[in-house]
Design a protein. Structure first.
Lengths: 115, 113
């Protein structure tokens, strides 16, 4: 079946512009996660959705970052007034349920470059 | 602060050898453990999950869990050059918050032909 999809695959933007990154999880998966991975670094947790609600937003690095999920499916991560330090690969993952026993499956990521 | 630690590597093994990747975690309440493989420029791909003490085998891969020692390992038998990648260990805690799914920094494995 179809896996997690993300768009765009690459995004180049100028400092100060807003960007929107999209994630389409595996059908039927209720939990959705956003991570960020800078070059050569590990995964940095950003936010977790269970259905449409986000019980854990603790990883969002600043108030320039926000995310929403509608219809228990597609999620959008928005970065306002982008800065050069926002350049990274943004990864989305989904799992059948939230909670500790469920495996996460990753999308291909969006590579964001802020000039 | 929950942590998962791994040697960053690179771990170099000759083709056909056994590669042993290790991971320790700080939260004694962690319940579930996962190994992911990440090729350069690609996203992580799930290899194995393990939930109880002991060994779990899947093809050339064996995951080992020792909760008393807070230690997880991944063995790759008959290593192939195509196994060259970064291997991420992840552990989860006792509640259902996303941040409890904690990833280690990864170990870079290089299998030499």
């Amino acid at each position: 079946g179809a896996g997690v999809s993300q768009s765009p695959s690459n995004k180049v933007t100028e400092k100060g512009k807003d960007v929107e990154l999209r994630c389409d999880p595996i059908s039927g998966h209720t939990a959705l996660y956003w991570y960020r991975q800078s070059l050569g670094q590990g995964l940095e947790f950003l936010i977790y959705f269970q259905g449409n609600s986000a019980p854990d937003k603790s990883g969002l690095p600043s108030d320039r970052f926000s995310a929403e999920r509608t219809g228990g499916s597609v999620s959008t991560l928005t970065i306002q007034r982008t800065q050069q330090e926002d350049s990274a690969v943004y990864l989305c993952a989904s799992s059948l349920r939230g909670g500790t026993a469920y495996e996460q499956f990753f999308g291909p990521g969006t590579r964001l470059t802020v000039l | 602060q929950k942590e998962v630690e791994q040697n960053s590597g690179p771990l170099s093994v000759p083709e056909g050898a056994i590669a042993s990747l290790n991971c320790t975690y700080s939260d004694r309440g962690s319940q579930s453990f996962f190994w992911y493989r990440q090729y350069s420029g690609k996203s992580p791909e799930l290899i194995m999950s393990i939930y109880s003490n002991g060994d779990k085998e899947d093809g050339r891969f064996t995951a080992q869990l020792n909760k008393a020692s807070q230690y997880v390992s991944l063995l790759i038998r008959d290593s192939q050059p195509s196994d060259s990648a970064t291997y991420l260990c992840a552990a989860t805690g006792r509640d259902n918050y996303g941040q409890n799914f904690v990833f280690g920094p990864g170990t870079r494995l290089s299998v030499l032909p």
